[in-house]
Design a protein around this ligand. Structure first.
Ligand SMILES: [Zn+2]
Length: 113
């Protein structure tokens, strides 16, 4: 049975595209398997900017309370999208593309250590 999270995200002002992308990530069973299996990393991670750990925290919050606060992801998106066109800044597909890239780069950085 595919694994995904059943729950919601608290609404944030002016960021439905970010919430849609985060919901999509948390409904992807391979992504959920990955973040749940990433225990060794989580126990040693000291980065406050780690996307993988932030995704796990959000997953865990939704799992325990039925609802999670996606503010971290809205802030991440606001930081990385400053120089983008208005169309890209409000595109859920662009959010998904950039967030998945960030997760991949984090993996590469880990493997280099
Ligand atoms: Zn981490």
């Amino acid at each position: 049975m595919p694994k995904h999270i059943d729950g919601g995200l608290t609404n944030t002002r002016n960021a439905p595209h970010v919430l849609a992308a985060v919901q999509a990530l948390l409904h992807c069973s391979a992504m959920v398997d990955f973040i749940l299996d990433d225990l060794e990393h989580r126990e040693s991670c000291k980065s406050l900017l780690c996307m993988c750990c932030a995704l796990f925290k959000l997953y865990d919050e939704i799992e325990k309370r039925g609802i999670g606060n996606p503010t971290t992801f809205v802030h991440k998106w606001n930081d990385v999208s400053k120089m983008m066109s208005a169309a890209d800044r409000s595109s859920p597909l662009k959010v998904l593309e950039i967030f998945i890239d960030k997760l991949r780069f984090e993996q590469v950085d880990r493997n280099d250590e």
